[in-house]
Design a protein around this ligand. Structure first.
Ligand SMILES: Cc1ncc(COP(=O)(O)O)c(C=O)c1O
Length: 408
């Protein structure tokens, strides 16, 4: 394949698509921010409490706590569960760094487990293989708003008496068998970072049904208590914006799902790609629509994706590269000040001495960038834009490019 010719060939002039930016804030959000400014109460108070009440009601859980971001929430969850030196926590290699680095924050040892090839979440069978007498908890990530195999994972957790923390950062409003994601585990954590489906700039929410965990997290969240605590509070601005965004969430998720359905339909005959779906008993919220590139000739994906971006489509090669077991946090080049709990004298488990980078986690390796693409179709992206976008995708991801039949 002549790379230069390929790029030239792509210079077919598609109209630029005016892809809407996310998030979409209007008058209501402006008024809310102004209200907070005028109140002169900017750190957590009434707005945050009201947001927490509406979120716990929405999720159907007993307690919700507003926090500064999901990374803090994951740390708080493990601290509340008393996970520390010598403990192992099973984590996924296919996620954002916080889903696993939170374990290091408690000086505990992450044990990476492979992902299941459809949901891209933890593989229940592999979890069972990774459990040892030191295992205390599993952190399950619902990637891109597609539910992980949570019912099967909960069965394994019950069998071995392990805690489950759901990292539902991407999955506000998703469900399995009509049960909301975030209510399966002992604790769940949602991100409200600007890019997420519930967006306030930076923010997060931790949810639980257990009163003891709620009380612990409540204390740890804010300085002023006798035991070691942090400043992981949500601001009033985030609380005020969170309430408004939550009231729009379901309606916006319907639009994301509609965009996903239409895109799948438009790309169904494309033999180079597969739009990833949820199972029929799952309600995915398609924070990102996951597109898998099927061909083995994957070295030219970047050119194609760059072209799509130029046309205006909000698409990218997945941020997961490398998978987390190869990340520097778990393979430090020199002795870090902290963060190498596998070297603690108290630890003699399977990860003793480290060696994360050498682990074989085949699915995580296979499905990271560039094979997996993320397409963002937040409202007000509509079917008309999806149609235009699908036309360009079908042009640049054309199997004939790969098999040499395409006339350059
Ligand atoms: C799966 C996952 N978990 C946790 C986080 C951390 O979220 P935050 O930016 O709110 O700390 C992210 C961030 O993108 C994420 O993608």
């Amino acid at each position: 394949m002549n790379y230069i010719k390929l790029i030239e060939k792509m210079k077919v002039n598609f109209d630029k698509i005016d892809w809407p930016r996310w998030p979409q804030y209007g008058q209501e959000e402006q008024d809310a921010v102004l209200r907070v400014i005028k109140s002169n109460q900017l750190f957590a108070d009434k707005e945050v409490r009201e947001f927490e009440e509406s979120y716990s009601k929405y999720l159907g859980c007993k307690h919700a706590l507003g926090i500064g971001n999901a990374t803090e929430g994951l740390h708080l969850s493990l601290a509340a569960l008393d996970i520390g030196i010598g403990d192992e926590v099973i984590v996924t290699p296919f996620s954002f760094i916080s889903s696993a680095s939170c374990v290091l924050m408690q000086n505990a040892v992450p044990v990476f487990c492979d992902i299941e090839s459809e949901s891209l979440g933890l593989c229940p069978n592999d979890i069972e293989k990774k459990i040892s007498k030191r295992t205390k908890a599993i952190i399950v990530v619902h990637m891109f708003g597609y539910p992980a195999r949570i019912s099967e994972i909960m069965e394994v957790a019950r069998k071995y008496n392990l805690y489950v923390v759901e990292d539902a950062s991407h999955a506000h409003g998703a469900s399995v068998d009509d049960i909301k994601i975030g209510t399966f585990g002992d604790i769940s954590v949602f991100s409200m970072h600007q890019r997420k489906v519930l967006s306030v700039g930076d923010g997060g929410v931790v949810c639980t049904d257990r009163a003891d965990l709620y009380e612990k997290i409540f204390k740890l969240r804010s300085f002023g208590h006798v035991e070691l605590s942090y400043n992981y509070r949500m601001t009033e601005f985030a609380g005020a914006l969170g309430k408004i965004q939550l009231s729009k969430l379901d309606e916006q998720n319907i639009i994301r799902r509609d965009n996903y359905v239409y895109l799948s339909e438009m790309l169904k005959d494309n033999r180079s790609l597969r739009v990833r779906s949820c199972r029929s008993n799952e309600y995915g919220v398609y924070y990102a629509i996951v597109i898998e590139v099927l061909n083995d000739y994957i070295d030219e994906i970047k050119v194609r994706v760059d072209y799509l971006k130029e046309v205006g489509v909000d698409i990218r090669e997945t941020f997961v590269q490398p998978p987390l077991h190869k990340h520097l946090h778990f393979n430090p080049e020199s002795d870090p000040a902290r963060g190498a709990p596998w070297n603690h004298a108290e630890y003699d488990g399977v990860m003793q001495g480290g060696g994360y980078g050498k682990q074989l986690l085949n699915n995580a390796e296979k499905y990271c960038s560039p094979r997996i693409l993320e397409l963002y179709a937040h409202p007000p992206v509509n079917n008309k834009m999806i149609k235009k976008c699908a036309d360009v995708i079908n042009y640049v991801f054309n199997e004939d490019f790969y098999n040499g039949a395409f006339k350059l």
